[in-house]
Design a protein around this ligand. Structure first.
Ligand SMILES: CCCCC/C=C/CC(=O)SCCNC(=O)CCNC(=O)[C@H](O)C(C)(C)COP(=O)(O)OP(=O)(O)OC[C@H]1O[C@@H](n2cnc3c(N)ncnc32)[C@H](O)[C@@H]1OP(=O)(O)O
Length: 391
């Protein structure tokens, strides 16, 4: 859903997909200044002029602050658990408790001001040109010492992959495949490597309904996994902490996987009413034997880093205290090797599998498209979003 299509004169904020927006919290706590009614009205007008969608988390915060500033504490009955959108709006408003109207008004003004400046600076990136690190909302991408590092950067959401992050990773991989670096590294910021697919991805339903949502998801997933299958340079995962779902399955497409001993590897697809992706239905049985793959992919057995290493999914495990230092020293040495030789050698090892992997990817996406429409999957997502279940 495009930003322009959304009623921005909140309270009609209607989307749910949540993205990280750390600056918001900072501004919510400011009470020293008081915005006038005129400032508040100006801010409401300014929201309408934003050129870029600020993301659903910010929109929910705007909605909540608007309601608090104009009506006071939440006075609506709590929507039912299946009414996901209204429930998210209610939660956001209710979370403001008894925040005074004036403070809510000030926070609204501050939030709009921070959104205006942050979105303006990120929209200065020319479309089609390689983005610098600052051009990404959900990643930190840097290139030095012959290494391009792509860091998942939604630590407050345990680096869950929202739709924007899927797109940004594809963009970063395409850029890295063409840049001067010899190798590319994927890692996570914060205590998690990644908690997998952002479960709120399932809640932003387009006008075509859940079927269209599932179809679009399958198209996006196929393209996303395809970027890993086709990546031409050595691709290394630095698994800095727990990894869940798609962040685990993709590891079968990496050329080396280095893990902290804090990392765990968990693919709870059956628990979520889903099925394997990331080509894991093919790579995992090959890497670790069909029975071990079934323990992980069907029964959801969580592996420690040591177990994942014993089963061939992880290349080597390092103590968390020396993980960064030891791995980066090693990677810097790898990056000094002749890049063309590395690329060609990777090609000889990987290319003959590519066609098979693309076929597996297509089949997995098609099966998942059906799974996403199942009651089993929908119930699991609702349970997580209503805070009834975690892994
Ligand atoms: C294009 C579509 C492609 C789809 C491809 C399909 C892929 C399949 C998968 O990846 S399946 C895996 C899905 N992941 C999960 O089910 C994980 C769900 N998360 C959890 O169970 C827990 O959050 C946890 C165990 C990862 C961490 O628990 P902990 O108690 O340590 O932390 P919190 O739960 O408080 O999490 C902190 C905030 O992060 C949010 N969050 C964490 N993971 C996700 C997620 N996967 N999706 C959405 N949001 C997530 C969590 O909600 C907290 O947010 P809050 O502070 O705003 O409440």
């Amino acid at each position: 859903m495009g930003w322009e299509q959304i009623e921005i004169s909140l309270p009609n904020c209607s989307a749910l997909q949540v993205i990280s927006f750390p600056v918001v919290q900072l501004h919510l706590n400011r009470t020293a200044m008081r915005a006038s009614q005129k400032d508040f009205e100006n801010a409401m007008n300014q929201v309408k002029l934003l050129k870029k969608d600020p993301g659903n988390e910010a929109k929910l915060k705007l909605y909540a602050l608007y309601k608090q500033a104009t009506e006071g504490p939440c006075n609506m009955p709590k929507p039912g658990v299946f009414d996901l959108i209204n429930k998210a709006k209610w939660d956001a408003w209710n979370a403001l408790g008894s925040l005074p109207k004036e403070t809510a008004r000030q926070n609204y003004v501050d939030l709009v001001s921070s959104l205006s400046s942050s979105l303006e600076s990120s929209s200065q990136v020319e479309p089609g040109t390689d983005r610098k690190s600052t051009g990404y909302e959900t990643l930190m991408v840097t290139s030095e010492d012959g290494i391009t590092k792509i860091m998942l950067n939604r630590p407050t959401k345990k680096n869950a992959l929202n739709v924007e992050m899927y797109h940004e990773i594809m963009h970063a991989l395409k850029a890295a495949s063409k840049d001067d670096s010899a190798i590319t590294v994927l890692t996570g910021n914060g205590d998690y490597y990644s908690s997998g697919n952002d479960l709120t991805n399932f809640t932003d339903i387009p006008p075509g309904g859940v079927e269209e949502k599932a179809k679009n998801g399958a198209i996006l997933l196929r393209e996303f996994v395809g970027c890993f299958i086709d990546f031409p340079k050595p691709l290394i995962a630095m698994v800095n902490g727990p990894a869940v779902g798609i962040s685990v399955t993709l590891l079968g497409l990496f050329d080396a996987v280095y893990a902290s001993d804090r990392a765990t590897f968990h693919t709870p697809f059956s628990h979520l009413g889903q099925s394997p992706e990331g080509c894991s239905s093919y790579t995992f049985p090959k890497i670790m034997s069909p029975a071990k793959a079934i323990e992980m992919l069907v029964f959801g057995k969580k592996l420690t880093a040591g177990e994942a290493c014993a089963q061939g999914l992880v290349t080597e495990v390092f103590p968390d205290s020396t993980f960064q230092k030891e791995v980066w020293t090693r990677l810097k040495a790898f990056a000094k090797l002749p890049p063309n030789a590395m690329r060609i050698s990777k090609g000889i090892i990987r290319n003959r599998e590519k066609e098979t992997l693309h076929a597996v990817n297509a089949e997995e996406c098609s099966v998942l498209q059906g799974r996403w429409l199942s009651d089993e999957c929908m119930n699991a997502v609702v349970n997580f979003l209503s805070r009834k279940s975690k892994l």
